[in-house]
Design a protein around this ligand. Structure first.
Ligand SMILES: Nc1ncnc2c1ncn2[C@@H]1O[C@H](COP(=O)(O)OP(=O)(O)OP(=O)(O)O)[C@@H](O)[C@H]1O
Ligand SMILES: [Mg+2]
Length: 352
């Protein structure tokens, strides 16, 4: 399986709370490669999605045709890119990985389409960010496996059609709503990835610990799972950080006590929330009377950009029922007020 570019390069913009601020080092990249599941068996959770995909894959294999184009959507770190790799492997196909921001000029997308072989998987991350021209080139490529191009200048302008090999496009986005209708309609299979349960996260953590030769017990895995906000990427990063703490402060073994101490130092609370999450909730509670308050106002007050709040922080807060989206902005729920005793939070203390 050939991979032309590592999508992790595109991810530095999404650096999240999980205890790392540095850009990815060579060590981190190889860590990523080692722990990334390569088959359905290794891929934890998402059972309904996996069952559906297995049927589609088997049917495509029996028909000796490539899979339909697939769109995965859902919050960052839930395994969209990983799944694309698993699918390619199950199809015995080569995968080419790219991201919409790397396809800015028409020749970028034309180049990559023309380099495909029959049966290849093309993975485009952040597909909602494709520009109009690239998107239109993709329409005929996806639907009819043709590349429609114009050559020459005004008088000699000619339109040509180049046939393409039959390939499978897998698109991933954190924002399904931002995808244009015509593009969305060209995907035969559309799936949303769900947050992982505590039990599933424990499995991810134990698997990662085993690969990295870290000693961890059941309670240690649970303590990390509880603070991973339903996200395998965060669980894996926390395993590394807790491992560091365990090596420096004790004998390297991760039990509940060591895990909790390390996670407290990282300022991740028992709800899996970090400083920014807590600041966001207390801001709505204390400064805006529980909301509704506009996303841009919140972002400015927190010193974060709107996209980060929307893509990284909000999905988990919404899923846990701490905030609600309303036409007039974000609103705190009763549940959040009860859980966090929000009226008593000192906003200044939480923010800085
Ligand atoms: N189902 C899973 N089982 C085990 N590990 C997983 C699973 N899903 C994801 N991971 C781990 O979590 C990390 C993040 O996954 P991945 O990069 O596929 O997420 P993503 O959805 O593509 O995120 P983004 O939206 O930021 O691109 C991977 O390194 C992988 O090892
Ligand atoms: Mg990805």
């Amino acid at each position: 399986m050939a991979i032309i570019s590592d999508e992790e390069n595109f991810k530095n913009t999404k650096a999240h709370n999980e205890a790392t601020t540095s850009s990815q080092t060579a060590y981190d990249m190889s860590f990523e490669t080692n722990i990334r599941p390569k088959s359905f068996n290794e891929y934890v959770g998402q059972s309904a999605l996996k069952a559906n995909l297995k049927i589609s894959i088997e049917s495509a294999k029996k028909r000796e045709l490539p899979l339909d184009h697939i769109l995965f959507y859902g919050p960052p770190g839930l395994g969209k890119t990983t799944l694309a790799g698993v699918i390619a492997k199950e199809m015995n196909a080569d995968i080419k990985i790219t991201s919409a921001p790397a396809l800015e000029r028409p020749r970028d997308i034309i180049g990559i389409l023309m380099s495909l072989k029959a049966g290849d998987v093309l993975f485009i991350d952040e597909i909602h960010r494709l520009n109009k021209v690239s998107e239109e080139i993709l329409y005929s490529a996806m639907e009819d496996f043709y590349l429609d191009m114009t050559t020459g200048k005004s008088q000699t302008l000619k339109s040509i059609r180049i046939p393409l090999p039959k390939f499978t496009l897998i698109g991933a986005t954190t924002k399904a709503g931002a995808l244009s209708g015509p593009l969305r309609d060209r995907f035969g299979i559309i799936h949303r990835l769900e947050f992982y349960t505590e039990e599933e996260l424990k499995q991810v953590i134990k698997r990662t610990a085993q690969i990295l030769e870290i000693n961890i017990n059941e309670e240690g895995s649970k303590a990390i799972a509880l603070r991973s906000r339903g996200t395998p990427r965060i669980a894996n990063r926390l395993v590394k950080r807790v491992r560091d703490y365990a090596i420096v402060k004790s004998d390297g073994f991760i039990d509940e006590k060591t895990a909790n101490k390390a996670l407290d130092i990282l300022q991740i609370d028992k709800f899996g929330l970090d400083n920014t999450d807590r600041a966001l909730l207390s801001l709505i509670a204390n400064k805006y009377g529980g909301g509704p308050v506009g996303l841009e106002t919140l972002a400015t007050a927190l010193g974060e950009d709107v996209k980060t709040i929307e893509d990284v922080y909000e999905p988990y807060l919404l899923q846990q029922g701490y905030i609600q989206r309303t036409p007039r902005g974000r609103k705190l729920t009763e549940h959040a007020v009860k859980c966090f005793n929000l009226k008593n939070i000192d906003i200044q203390k939480t923010l800085f």
